[in-house]
Design a protein around this ligand. Structure first.
Ligand code: PEP
Length: 232
C-alpha cells in the first residue's frame, strides 16, 4: 500500500525536518511512504527503503525556455522517484490532458513514476470525465510503462465529504479493466479527505494506497494513519 503525502504549498523547513524525524522512527512492513514536498524542500529529505521522495509536478519539456518550471532531470538529481501529475488544483488552473501526457512522457523518460490524478469535478457529474482523463494517458504511452493513477473526486478533496466504498470500487475497477484491455499493469490510489479513521472505506474498495493532503500536515494523525494501513 502506498501512503503518498502531497503537502501542497504548505510546511516550512522546521516542519519537514521534524516530520521526517518522526517518520524515521516508525517501522512499516507493507506501506510505502512517498513524500512530495514543494520543490524547494526536496534537498532536505533523505530517502531510504521505506521512504521515497516525489514532486508535486514536472515540466512538460526536458529543458529550455520554461520560466519557473522544474524538469524531470532536475527532480532525479534530488532523488525523486515519483511525481504527481495532473492534480485537480493544476487542472483547474488550465492544465490540459495534452500537457499532462507530455509531463508523463518526460517523467517516464527519466525513470520517474508518474502518479496521475483523475477525477470528476462534481458529486453527480458521472464517470465520463474520469475515463477521458485516463484514456488520454493510456492511449499515448507505451503499455510497459510503470504508472500509477490516483482517483480523486474533486468534490471530496479537502471537504470531508467522501464517496462510498461501492462508488470508489466501481471507479477503480473500471480504471483497472480499461488499463488491462490495453495491456497495462497499473495501480490505483484513492485521494480525497482520507484520514486515520476513514481509510478502510477506501482500502475495502481495492485502492492500492492513498494520496493524502490535509492529514499530512498533522504529524501524529498522519503516523497513526500509516500504522493503521500497515496493520490492515
Ligand atoms: C489532495 O489534494 O490530493 C488531497 C487528497 O487532499 P485532502 O486529503 O486534503 O482531501
Amino acid at each position: 500500500m502506498y501512503a503518498v503525502a502531497n503537502y501542497k504549498m504548505n510546511g516550512d523547513k522546521e516542519f519537514f525536518l521534524s516530520q521526517v524525524q518522526e517518520l524515521n522512527k516508525i517501522d512499516t512492513k507493507d506501506t510505502k511512504i512517498v513524500l512530495c514536498p514543494p520543490f524547494i524542500y526536496l534537498p532536505f529529505f533523505k530517502v531510504n527503503e521505506r521512504i521515497s521522495l516525489g514532486a508535486q509536478d514536472v515540466a512538460n519539456a526536458m529543458k529550455g525556455r520554461s520560466t519557473g518550471q522544474v524538469s524531470a532531470t532536475m527532480l532525479k538529481e534530488f532523488d525523486a522517484e515519483y511525481v504527481i501529475i495532473g492534480h485537480s488544483e493544476r487542472r483547474s488552473n488550465g492544465e490540459t490532458n495534452t500537457q499532462i501526457v507530455d509531463k508523463v512522457k518526460c517523467a517516464l523518460e527519466l525513470g520517474l513514476i508518474p502518479i496521475i490524478c483523475v477525477g470528476e469535478l462534481n458529486k453527480n457529474s458521472g464517470n465520463d470525465e474520469i475515463f477521458e482523463q485516463v484514456d488520454a494517458v493510456l492511449k499515448n504511452i507505451d503499455h510497459s510503462s510503470k504508472i500509477i493513477f490516483a482517483y480523486e473526486p474533486v468534490w471530496a478533496i479537502g471537504s470531508g465529504d467522501i464517496p462510498t466504498t461501492e462508488e470508489v470500487k466501481n471507479v477503480i475497477d473500471n480504471i483497472k479493466s480499461r488499463a488491462k484491455e490495453m495491456n497495462f499493469d497499473i495501480e490505483v490510489l484513492y485521494g480525497g479527505s482520507v484520514d486515520e479513521k476513514n481509510f478502510t472505506t477506501f482500502s475495502k474498495a481495492g485502492a492500492d494506497g492513498f494520496l493524502l493532503g490535509g492529514i499530512t500536515l498533522k504529524t501524529e494523525r498522519f503516523i497513526e494513519l500509516i500504522k493503521g494501513m500497515d496493520n490492515e
